[in-house]
Design a protein around this ligand. Structure first.
Ligand code: FE
Ligand code: CA
Length: 521
């Protein structure tokens, strides 16, 4: 097939059946081209959810005060043009979608009928305003012999704790996708750690969460990382509020009341991310949103994104006044097999997916730390109840399912704890007699401050499964998957991440095919 035929075929085959039902409302085509005083694409562009034949494109129009007077009808028609080249010469498809204030003028376009393992460039426009150009890339075909998958693993980007220099580097890397595993925004503030400031107080309403996302999304480095690569996204707690668990928050707010806040936070999350579906309108309080998914990267990897917040049991032995995460001792609840991290339905779904997994690697992306971190206490051990350590039987079920289905090459990828971690995962944590059944990499935070060295050295001394654990640096992790290994390069710099800081490789670990457990490179 020659270039011209190829281009024609692309044009014919292509795309775009966007949109949830609420986008079917029509805007009156305006006789004149709208003139914007302030560019409405100030929050940048993004793409996500790469599949062999589709991606999701995202933007959100921000209508400045000076444009509001002349805004006319609430609904706005937004064009998106997709190209096969960076010079924007070979147009693949052009379409338009309508958005309005009910979804914060966010735009989601589900591009379909794309070619596998192919680069695309895209740009939005409205009136005389144009967005920046984004680049995205589809996943390889399900049966493709893929030699390499490169991922930037990232989490925890408290805006106030530092500059997004990690995103500056991520934007320049050659990657298949960015895997962000949670704490995209923070609701909370700590004046002592402030490098720059949140605007507004703690968000609780949809308008307030929108404002918080808008502030984060204005960061030029974060915008660059979104424009450069598709993102695969999972959330953790701070997208709603610190340490929430299912329908419970730390203050023991009435669940019906709390679900209203969760609904606002989930809606704002959807409005600001390149994800396919928003909150389920049929769910109670419209506070449920399915984010967990399974996909694959050719024959190289089966990949899961796991939701560790929405369906979990409340933390064990919570403080009766101030709930949420803490170190607990003498807590029988920790051993209760009825408690779950993923919830019954997601657990069952994951077990089924693992049972049917035939690809070379199994990558489990999830929000937090699976390896043990408990330390000796005057009576027994003190255990942090918010990570998987606080959900021991659930962790054991997860690893038992790996054993039962006779799976090798299982690597988990996490975040949340603000430290770089490489660890062995055993059915019985820290027991050298118990076989290593999987390998774990956890990335440090983009900016959020980590725990002190004193505590961490006690944790390390008492948990031999932790092969590497450092909480003093900020950054991200480069994950390189090939048929023979999964390699992790921890790219980080000292806290706080300043404008002039540069990232270096703190350590590198590799998991070799057929042998569980990371080894240093
Ligand atoms: Fe965090
Ligand atoms: Ca977290």
């Amino acid at each position: 097939m020659n270039r011209r035929d190829f281009t024609l075929q692309l044009q014919r085959s292509a795309l775009v059946l966007a949109m949830a039902p609420w986008l079917t409302a029509t805007a009156q085509p305006s006789e004149q081209v709208r003139r914007w005083r302030s560019n409405p694409f100030a929050l940048g562009v993004a793409s996500g959810r790469p599949r062999p034949d589709s991606v999701v494109l995202w933007t959100r129009l921000l209508i400045a005060e000076e444009d509001r007077a002349s805004a006319g009808p609430d609904a706005l028609r937004v064009q998106v043009t997709v190209y096969a080249d960076a010079a924007l010469k070979r147009r693949v498809q052009k379409t338009d979608v309508v958005t309005d204030a009910s979804r914060g003028h966010s735009v989601h376009v589900h591009l379909q009928n794309l070619q596998p393992a192919t680069d695309y460039w895209y740009r939005f426009s409205q009136g005389d305003a144009f967005s920046t150009v984004g680049h995205t890339r589809t996943a390889p075909a399900a049966n493709a012999d893929v030699q390499q998958l490169r991922i930037a693993l990232a989490s925890c980007q408290h805006y106030e704790h530092g500059q997004y220099i990690a995103h500056q580097e991520i934007a320049q890397q050659s990657l298949d996708f960015v895997l962000f595993v949670g704490d995209y925004i923070y609701e909370s503030t700590n004046p002592q750690l402030m490098v720059r400031q949140h605007s507004g107080g703690e968000p609780k309403t949809l308008a307030q969460y929108r404002e918080r996302y808008a502030q984060y999304k204005r960061d030029p480095h974060l915008q660059a990382a979104h424009a450069a690569h598709p993102w695969v996204l999972m959330w953790d707690d701070h997208e709603v509020v610190n340490d929430y668990a299912n329908d419970q928050d730390r203050n023991y707010t009435d669940p019906q009341q709390f679900l209203l806040r969760r609904a606002a936070a989930y809606q704002a999350y959807f409005e600001h991310q390149p994800v396919l579906i928003g909150p389920d309108p049929q769910s109670p309080q419209q506070a449920s949103m399915r984010l967990y998914e399974q996909f694959n990267w050719g024959k190289l990897a089966d990949i899961w994104t796991l939701d560790c917040r929405q369906y979990r049991s409340p933390q064990a032995c919570r403080d009766p006044v101030r709930g949420g995460g803490r170190m607990v001792t003498q807590c029988d609840e920790l051993d209760d097999p009825k408690r779950s991290m993923l919830g019954v339905e997601q657990e069952r779904w994951l077990d089924l997916g693992l049972a049917n997994s035939k690809r070379t690697w199994r990558l489990l992306a999830q929000a937090t730390l699976i390896a043990p971190t408990s330390i000796p206490a005057p009576v027994g051990r003190a255990t942090y109840n918010d990570a998987w350590d606080g959900y021991g039987p659930a962790r054991q079920r997860l690893l038992q399912s790996v054993v039962d289905h006779k799976l090798d090459n299982v690597v988990t990828l996490g975040g949340d704890v603000h430290m770089n971690v490489a660890s062995n995962l055993r059915l019985v944590p820290n027991d050298p007699q118990s076989p290593i059944v999987a390998s774990e990499f956890v990335t440090t935070s983009i900016t959020s401050r980590g725990m002190g060295d004193n505590v961490l050295s006690v944790i390390k001394a008492n948990n031999p499964d932790l092969l590497h654990a450092r909480a003093d640096e900020r950054g991200y992790s480069l994950i390189t998957v090939t048929p023979s290994s999964v390699r992790c390069d921890f790219r980080s710099t000292a806290f706080p991440a300043g404008k002039e800081a540069g990232l270096k490789t703190q350590a590198s670990y590799v998991v070799r095919s057929g042998k569980a457990g990371p080894t240093p490179v």
